[in-house]
Design a protein around this ligand. Structure first.
Ligand code: UDP
Length: 476
C-alpha cells in the first residue's frame, strides 16, 4: 500500500434513529483519527422516526463522510406477518446483501462495521475476506443479554411472555422479569424473535465489538462479558471496545419548533423545567395524552412536552409516520391556555440532545432508549423512565436496579398510566430530596463520562485500540 493512503471503513447502520445517530458519531471519530468513512443508507418502506431529515442534516454537516444509498427495496407483500418493525428490518437487511456485496467489491474498504441488527452482513464480509466489527448501540447489559440469548433459548421451552414475571438470569446483570425482555422477543414463534436469535448467535463471529457505553457506567456487565461468561459452547468472546458515550453533536438539525423552544427555555429558571420526549417512535393513545396533560397541570411544574398524535387504528397504517397532531383537539379543553407561560407543547419533534443541555432543564421523562439515556447522562439531567417499545423495559431494569440513575412511573405495563401517578412522580423528580439525590448521582456520572472521553480516558484508549488495528498494515 502507498504511504499516506487513508484506509477506508464502511459503516452499516440498520434503519432507525437510535442506530443512525451513534453510527454517524462513530464515523466522525474515525475521520478525526485519519480514516476515510462511508456510511451505507437503507431506504426502508416504513416509518423509522425522522431518519430522512436527520440524514439530510448529517450529510450537510459532515461533508467529509460519504453516504452511500442502496436502491430502495419494496417489501410488498410483506415477507413477515410479524407486528414488529424489527422483523421487517431483518427482511430488509437480508434482502440488501446483494447490494452490499457489489458495493463492498468496488469500495474495497479496510473493514466493515455493522450495527447490532445487521449480522446478515457477516456472510458477505466472510465471502470477501473483510474483517467485520459489530457496533452495539445499546447498553453493555443489553449486549450481555443478547450474547446469552442462545443459551436462554436452549434452556427454556416457553416464550418470555408466558414466563411472566419469572426472572431471566443473565451473567453480569440484575434479574430481568421475563415480560421485561425486549418486546419483539417475547414470542419465540415470531419472526422478530427468530431474527434476534440469529443475530445474537452471530455476534461471536465478529472481529470485535465496539459499544456505546463506558467503563464507569457499566463496570459489572463489561467485565462479565470480557471474562467470557455470557457466551456458551466454548466460543470465544470478541474483544470489547467501550467508546462511549457518543451522542449527537449535530445541533439544530430540525428547524421546526426550534426557535420557539429555546427562546422559551432561555426565560426559565435553572433546573426548573421537566422535559418529556419519548424517542423517535413513541406514541400515546388519546386517553393517555389527556392523563399526561392533567398530571402535568396538577404537578405545578414547568414543562416542555413533545406531543405526537395517537397511533392509527388501521393496522395497515401502523408502520407509517403519524400526521402532525392537532393538539387543541387532543389535549384537555383549556389546557394550553391554563398552562401558558409555565409549559410549552412542541409538536412531533424537538432537538432533544440540545434541549437536555439547556440549563433550564432539570428533569427528563423518557422512554429510556439508549441514546436518550446517554444524552441525559452527558447533560447531567435525572431521568424518570416510561418504557414503551423495543428494549426499553429491559433498560428500565438496568437503569433502576443496576446503574441507579433513573426512577420509573408505575403502571407502564398496563393500559393507561393515571394522571395521579404522573403528577406525583414528576413532583418527586423535581421537588423531593430523592429527586435531588438522583440529580446529584447523574451529575457525578456526567463527570465520569467526560473523564472516559478525555485523552487517556477509558473510552479514548478503546477507540485508539480499534483504530490502530486498521491503520497498521499487519494482517489480522
Ligand atoms: N430525538 C430527538 N427529538 C425527538 C425524539 C428523538 O432529537 O423528538 C433523538 C434523540 O435525541 C435520540 C434519538 O432521536 O438521539 C432517539 O434514540 P433513542 O435510542 O433514545 O430511542 P429510539 O428512537 O431509537 O427508540
Amino acid at each position: 500500500e502507498e504511504e499516506g493512503k487513508r484506509e477506508m471503513i464502511v459503516l452499516y447502520p440498520s434503519p432507525g434513529m437510535g442506530h443512525l445517530v451513534p453510527m454517524v458519531e462513530l464515523g466522525k471519530l474515525f475521520l478525526l483519527h485519519g480514516l476515510d468513512v462511508t456510511i451505507i443508507i437503507l431506504d426502508p418502506p416504513y416509518n423509522t422516526g425522522s431518519t430522512a431529515s436527520f440524514i439530510a442534516g448529517a450529510s450537510v454537516a459532515n461533508p467529509a463522510i460519504s453516504f452511500h444509498r442502496f436502491s430502495p427495496i419494496a417489501l410488498i407483500p410483506p415477507a413477515s406477518s410479524s407486528p414488529h418493525t424489527e422483523a421487517h428490518a431483518f427482511d430488509l437487511l437480508r434482502l440488501s446483501n446483494p447490494s452490499l456485496v457489489s458495493f463492498l467489491r468496488s469500495a474495497a474498504p479496510r473493514a466493515l462495521v455493522v450495527d447490532m441488527l445487521c449480522c446478515f452482513a457477516l456472510d458477505v464480509a466472510a465471502e470477501l475476506g473483510l474483517p467485520c466489527y459489530l457496533f452495539f448501540t445499546s447498553a453493555a447489559a443489553a449486549l450481555a443479554t443478547f450474547l446469552y440469548l442462545p443459551t436462554l433459548h436452549a434452556a427454556a421451552e416457553k416464550s418470555f411472555r408466558e414466563l411472566g414475571r419469572a426472572p431471566v438470569l443473565v451473567p453480569g446483570n440484575p434479574p430481568i422479569p421475563a415480560d421485561h425482555m425486549p418486546l419483539p422477543m417475547l414470542d419465540r414463534d415470531d419472526d422478530a424473535y427468530k431474527g434476534f436469535l440469529y443475530i445474537s448467535t452471530r455476534y461471536p463471529d465478529t472481529h470485535g465489538i465496539i459499544i456505546n457505553t463506558f467503563d464507569a457506567l457499566e463496570p459489572r456487565a463489561l467485565e462479565t462479558i470480557a471474562a467470557g461468561h455470557c457466551i456458551a459452547h466454548g466460543r470465544a468472546t470478541p474483544p470489547l471496545y467501550p467508546v462511549g458515550p457518543l451522542i449527537t453533536s449535530d445541533v439544530g438539525r430540525e428547524k421546526i419548533g426550534r426557535a420557539d423552544c429555546f427562546t422559551w427555555l432561555d426565560a426559565q429558571p435553572r433546573d426548573s423545567v421537566v422535559f418529556l420526549c419519548f424517542g423517535s417512535l413513541g406514541l400515546f393513545t388519546a386517553v393517555q395524552l389527556k392523563e399526561i396533560a392533567s398530571g402535568l397541570e396538577r404537578s405545578g411544574q414547568r414543562f416542555l412536552w413533545v406531543v405526537r398524535g395517537p397511533p392509527s387504528d388501521d393496522p395497515a397504517k401502523r408502520l407509517e409516520r403519524p400526521p402532525e397532531p392537532d393538539v387543541d383537539a387532543l389535549l384537555p379543553e383549556g389546557f394550553l391556555e391554563r398552562t401558558r407561560g409555565r409549559g410549552l407543547v412542541v409538536k412531533s419533534w424537538a432537538p432533544q440532545a440540545e434541549v437536555l443541555r439547556h440549563g433550564a432543564v432539570g428533569g427528563f421523562v423518557t422512554h429510556l432508549g439508549w441514546n436518550s439515556v446517554l444524552e441525559a447522562i452527558v447533560a447531567g439531567v435525572p431521568m424518570l423512565g416510561w418504557p414503551l417499545y423495543a428494549g426499553q423495559r429491559m433498560n428500565k431494569v438496568f437503569l433502576v436496579e443496576e446503574m441507579k440513575l433513573a426512577a420509573a412511573v408505575d403502571g407502564y405495563e398496563g393500559e393507561v398510566v393515571p394522571s395521579e401517578e404522573i403528577e406525583s412522580k414528576v413532583r418527586w423528580l423535581m421537588e423531593s430530596e430523592g429527586g435531588q439525590e438522583l440529580r446529584e448521582r447523574t451529575a457525578a456520572m456526567k463527570g465520569r463520562a467526560a473523564e472516559a472521553l478525555r485523552e487517556g480516558g477509558t473510552s479514548h484508549v478503546a477507540l485508539l485500540k480499534v483504530v490502530s488495528k486498521w491503520k497498521c498494515m499487519a494482517i489480522e
